[in-house]
Write a protein that binds this ligand. Structure first.
Ligand code: IPM
Ligand code: MG
Length: 344
């Protein structure tokens, strides 16, 4: 029997793009699949966005492939009642529950899409960067609450949390790391910068390292994206900068991601959301999902040649003219899937 993959279709376009991903996987090898609910779909069935059973199934799998969670239906329920469960809790619970502290988001605009980006071709040409985002700490997981008409979300980072993500950042470097923080304002960022600098000096002094403040980094990312290699940053900054970086590829529909822990199953998911506006129309772009399958093959299952095979098939399909609606074309999910399979 092949590797055991837990598939979590989630909400919105999730089921459509995971079906496409299974077709792709079936062409690459023999895998054992287990499908489970997460997010809004799990709230509807069980009243919670992530059940213990699903978390355990993920923990004991070889890899987890997730599509997307969330939608207006559950947002409306939360607007009615603040204590109502939110689909995003499923994703955050999975990240925390599996200890997935390192989120890798490679941004490598396909040659064929250089003119699909809102940025000029001359600026993005040569871009090949990796956002290394800390994923289980910071403001996402700090104490939060309300007190009368005040709300708070605390941001905390420990030295150990910064050290382990810094090491992932340095190990991933090809030409160098840019560590992004807000050390001119935030104490957590000053600890971040100190710790990254110390790990650099002690263990990775051969890797060129720069520090940028996050506002400056946001600006440099659109003015000289090709100069970046690894962007190493904390949870919230990484969330924001990775959406910004995604637009270099022409569409948020193109960006895959891998979330890894110290050991155990990794989680692989497209960076885009559940796109409720086009759910069920058969028009979702499956390419970020296919890119996530490639990352799963590479980082989760040790199948490097299958991974590069998928990535080249995506590139070739785009060169042949494949364009889904988000890229200004008319190809359906089905047609995009055929186009990639034909290029495998
Ligand atoms: C992402 C998403 C999530 C995040 C949401 C859905 C909770 O935006 O993976 O970037 O903020 O991390
Ligand atoms: Mg995000």
């Amino acid at each position: 029997m092949g590797p055991r993959i837990v598939i979590l279709p989630g909400d919105g376009i999730g089921p459509e793009i995971t079906a496409a991903a299974r077709e792709l996987l079936d062409r690459l090898g023999s895998f054992e699949y287990e499908e489970h609910l997460i997010g809004g779909a799990s709230i509807d069935a069980h009243g919670t966005a992530l059940t213990d059973e699903v978390l355990i199934a993920c923990r004991t799998s070889d890899a987890v492939l997730l599509a997307a969670v969330g939608g207006p239906k559950w947002d409306a329920a939360v607007a009615e009642d603040r204590a109502a469960p939110r689909p995003e809790q499923g994703l955050l619970g999975l990240r925390k529950g599996l200890g997935l502290f390192a989120n890798l988001r490679p941004v490598r605009p396909s040659h064929a899409l250089l003119d699909a980006s809102p940025l000029k071709r001359e600026r993005i040409e040569g871009t090949d960067l990796l956002v290394v985002r800390e994923l289980t700490g910071g403001i996402y997981f700090g104490v939060s609450g309300r007190d009368g008409d005040t709300a708070h979300d605390d941001c905390a980072y420990s030295v150990a949390e910064i050290e382990r993500i810094a090491r992932v950042g340095f190990r991933s470097a090809r030409t160098g790391d840019t560590s992004v923080d807000k050390a001119n304002v935030l104490e957590t960022s000053r600890l971040w910068r100190e710790t990254v600098t110390r790990i650099h000096e002690a263990e990775f002094s051969n890797v060129p390292l720069d520090h940028l403040l996050v506002d400056n980094a946001a600006m440099q990312l659109v003015s000289r994206p090709a100069d970046f290699d690894v962007i190493l940053t904390e949870n919230l900054f990484g969330d924001i900068l990775s959406d910004e970086a995604a637009m270099l590829t022409g569409s948020l529909g193109m960006l895959p991601s891998a979330s890894l822990g110290a050991s155990g199953a990794g989680l692989f998911e497209p960076v885009h959301g559940s796109a409720p506006d086009i759910a069920g129309t058969g028009r979702a772009n499956p390419l970020a999902m296919f890119g996530s399958v490639a990352l799963m093959l590479r980082h989760g299952l040790g199948m490097e040649s299958a991974a590069t095979g998928v990535e080249s098939a995506i590139d070739r399909a785009l060169e042949d003219g494949l364009r889904t609606a988000d890229l200004g074309g008319e190809a359906t999910t089905e047609e995009a899937t055929r186009a990639v399979l034909a290029n495998l």
